[in-house]
Design a binder for this molecule. Structure first.
Ligand code: MRU
Length: 366
């Protein structure tokens, strides 16, 4: 996508053997790029959420392996790098997907061949992510076009999204936001309700910034507003991303997604999940029971950061001292609340049969 008119991705390999990222903790107040030069820096970038979003976490982990192999390309170093990166965040399955892919591509090679192959594999993984997201965009665009037809081509198509599942969360295009970017390019009158997404405000800080850069009309809302808007016919469809979706279509995504899905069901609003295939965890069925939910530092909840009129960015405490804090990062939306999954291969019901109809090669393994 373009930033200040310049086309770029959210992660890239530099010619000097380092890896470029956008420091997402600085947005929207400052657009700052960073160079990762070591495995430890890559792991820190994921853990501290300088990079975040399931597909981008996977891509960063792949490049983290490359950085590790620059120093030591032995079997032991490969395994240690994968273990360190795997431990950074628990919910997004893309991390494991990317590391398993790197291991598969590298383990049979001699240490002298490994580093070059690692960079090639990481780059291919990034290109694959971009192609997948663009295909999701095309498949989701058809749903937005249908909504526009249902409205008799009058007014605008109002789409509600939660968290940030845009290009910043992937290598490019995004998942939930890809259909919106394509709709905007096609001249469809879309408007996005952007949930602020407490506690880290990925909606307010990142989705609003992204949509603004691309000129997509949007309105920021507090997390609890969606139900009210749905009751008043102000939401035509919801599209969210996912960090892990099980074989039967249960969806883990940013905390609060489940409540939006409940409100959508109660109000007859279609609730779509943009699902790249690397985010599918075919080994799990019951997402509520089995998907590990990240619990994060309570300071994300007790403290709020913002920019003063002077330009200085400050963090202030907004809660009383001494109250216990629980900071759950994700929740699981059961498949029964999901209207359909938008994948790179097409749109399918959120069910095992639905997924297998698009990924028949999995039938043998199911
Ligand atoms: O905690 P984050 O910011 O990594 O959470 C991101 C999300 O929940 C996204 O919706 C999800 O990763 C899908 S990104 C295409």
């Amino acid at each position: 996508m373009k930033v200040h008119g310049k086309a770029m991705r959210s992660i890239w390999a530099e010619p000097n053997g380092s890896v470029g990222i956008i420091d997402q903790t600085r947005l929207p107040h400052a657009f700052v790029t960073l160079r990762l030069t070591t495995l430890e820096e890559a792991a820190h970038a994921i853990r501290s959420m300088q990079v975040r979003g399931a597909p981008l976490i996977g891509a960063t982990a792949a490049y983290g392996v490359c950085l590790a192999l620059r120093v030591d390309a032995s079997d032991g170093a490969l395994e240690r790098a994968c273990a360190l990166l795997q431990a950074t965040r628990p919910t997004a399955i893309n991390l494991k997907w990317a590391l398993d892919g790197m291991r598969r591509a590298l383990h049979h090679l001699s240490p002298s061949e490994r580093e070059k192959a690692a960079w090639a594999h990481a780059a291919a993984l990034c290109d694959e992510d971009v192609a997948i997201n663009h295909a999701i965009g095309r498949n989701g665009l058809a749903l937005i076009q249908e909504a526009w037809e249902r409205k008799g081509r009058k007014g605008r198509v109002n789409v509600l999204t939660h968290c940030n599942a845009g290009w910043l969360a992937t290598v490019d295009w995004g998942t939930a936001l890809a259909p919106l970017y394509l709709a905007q390019n096609e001249g469809l009158p879309v408007h996005v309700w952007v949930d602020e997404t407490r506690p880290r405000n990925q909606g307010a800080s990142l989705t609003a910034w992204e949509l603004g850069q691309h000129g997509v009309p949007h309105t920021l809302i507090a997390d609890n507003v969606g139900g009210h808007l749905m009751q008043h016919g102000e939401v035509d469809l919801c599209i969210v991303g996912t960090d892990r979706t099980t074989a039967r279509g249960d969806v883990a995504n940013k905390i609060g997604t489940y409540l939006k899905a409940l409100a959508a069901k109660d109000n007859g609003v279609p609730f779509y999940v943009a699902l790249p295939s690397p985010t599918l965890d075919w080994t799990l069925e019951d997402g509520v029971r089995d998907i590990p939910i990240e619990q994060r530092d309570g300071r994300e909840l007790t403290d709020v950061s913002g920019r003063l009129a002077s330009g200085e960015v400050v963090t202030v405490r907004v809660t009383p001292e001494g109250s216990a804090v629980a900071n759950y990062g994700f929740d699981v939306t059961p498949a029964r609340l999901v209207t359909a999954l938008i994948t790179e291969r097409g749109v399918c019901p959120a069910s095992q049969e639905g997924l297998l109809s698009l990924f028949p090669e999995r039938r043998r393994l199911a």
